[in-house]
Design a protein around this ligand. Structure first.
Ligand SMILES: Cc1ncc(COP(=O)(O)O)c(C=O)c1O
Length: 360
């Protein structure tokens, strides 16, 4: 069977060239006679892979010398508590509640300090993003945490929040990391599950400032201490070697495409095609405020639950998969991550037009 068009929110589409390379390397990686998942994480063979992934990610994100890249376990969700456990320590932090995952981060952080939710769009189904002027960060706040792209509702920050001197900026970039230029050096802490823009599930990328390590709680269990992971170069325990291997291929691919700017331009063009179609029709409605629309997760509806279901089911039968909205919100969602290709986006637009013609 041919590969189908994949609009899943994650795990998500990978470039075909990477899937084929991985197929080959599972059997025999770099002519070593060993498959990539069969070699030791402490071997020279894997060392080359993880070092390259680390250097490439650091450089593509535009990080500075004080920032360390880690590859950890436990998903982005583990960072919801690992971050405040280490760095909140009973102090005050500010959070922007712009979605289901942002809310999850608030709930976990509340166990470790005083959490000021400066903004919430929950009442309007997280359909908007605050402007900088909509919130003020109190003096003495240790950090501001925000979710740069809200995977479920389909909104995205199109600016980087400003923080006062002495307040750190922490960001969950799970669903838009490297999809656009973000200047990593402006952040104090970044985390992202790999399974959307960077590769398969199993690894969470964490970028932490080394200058923050001295402020982390030293009494936590070893696996929860950033300092240990930094000292051991993400090898305190066995990392997810396969996922890191694919991340390295994906980072190489981004560079080969021409870098983050080229990928961003393509992502913008993809999103524009679908949003233009939605805006040019009375049949489709976008589910978010226009100025908050995500380039990664495009949410829309026919306005009729039954018709929405018919849409994603029919689409799936015709080889367009993953268009069902998140189970908590319903409707429809097309995820157009970095690896999404022009052919699939055009197929989606053609299918939407046909569906409108038949049902509208
Ligand atoms: C923005 C965001 N944060 C966190 C998570 C949770 O990630 P994980 O499943 O890796 O724990 C997700 C998952 O989709 C997400 O989209």
């Amino acid at each position: 069977m041919n590969r189908i068009h994949n609009f899943s929110a994650g795990p998500a589409v990978l470039p075909e060239s990477i899937v084929r390379q991985a197929q080959k390397d599972l059997y025999n990686h770099e002519n070593t006679g060993l498959g990539i998942v069969e070699c030791s994480h402490r071997s020279a063979q894997f060392d080359t892979v993880i070092n390259s992934a680390k250097t490439r990610l650091h450089s593509l994100l535009g990080c500075d010398d004080d920032q360390e890249v880690l590859f950890l376990h436990g998903g982005a969700r583990t960072q919801f508590y690992m971050l405040p456990m280490n760095l909140l320590r009973g102090g005050k932090a500010a959070y922007l509640d712009t979605g289901k995952w942002a809310e999850g981060a608030v709930e976990d952080a509340q166990r470790y300090g005083d959490i000021d939710v400066l903004f919430s769009s929950k009442e309007t189904h997280w359909d908007r993003i605050p402007r900088q002027s909509d919130y003020a960060i109190e003096k003495g706040t240790r950090y501001l945490h925000y979710t740069s792209n809200n995977t479920v509702s389909g909104t995205e920050f199109h600016y980087r929040p400003e923080v006062p001197d002495g307040t750190w900026l922490m960001c969950d970039m799970s669903s838009n990391i490297l999809s656009r230029r973000m200047d990593g050096s402006k952040f104090d802490f970044i985390y992202a599950g790999a399974q959307k823009n960077l590769g398969p599930s199993g690894t969470t990328v964490v970028i932490i400032r080394k200058s923050l390590l001295a402020q982390c709680d030293p009494n936590l269990p070893a696996m929860l201490r950033y300092g240990i992971h930094v000292a051991k170069d993400s090898m305190y325990n066995t990392p997810c070697t396969f996922s890191i291997y694919v991340i390295e291929l994906m980072l190489r691919w981004i560079t080969d495409q021409g870098g983050v700017d080229v990928v961003e331009a393509r992502n913008r063009a993809h999103a524009r095609k679908v949003y233009d179609l939605i805006d040019g029709s009375d049949f489709w409605t976008g589910k978010t405020a226009i100025d908050a629309r995500s380039l990664m997760n495009l949410t829309f509806t026919t306005g009729n639950d039954r018709l929405d279901t018919t849409f994603w089911q029919t689409a799936a039968n015709e080889g367009l998969s993953g268009l069902k909205g998140h189970r908590s919100v319903g409707g429809l969602r097309a995820s157009l991550y970095n690896a999404q290709n022009d052919v699939s986006v055009d197929a989606l637009c053609a299918f939407m037009r046909d569906f409108e013609r038949q049902q509208g």
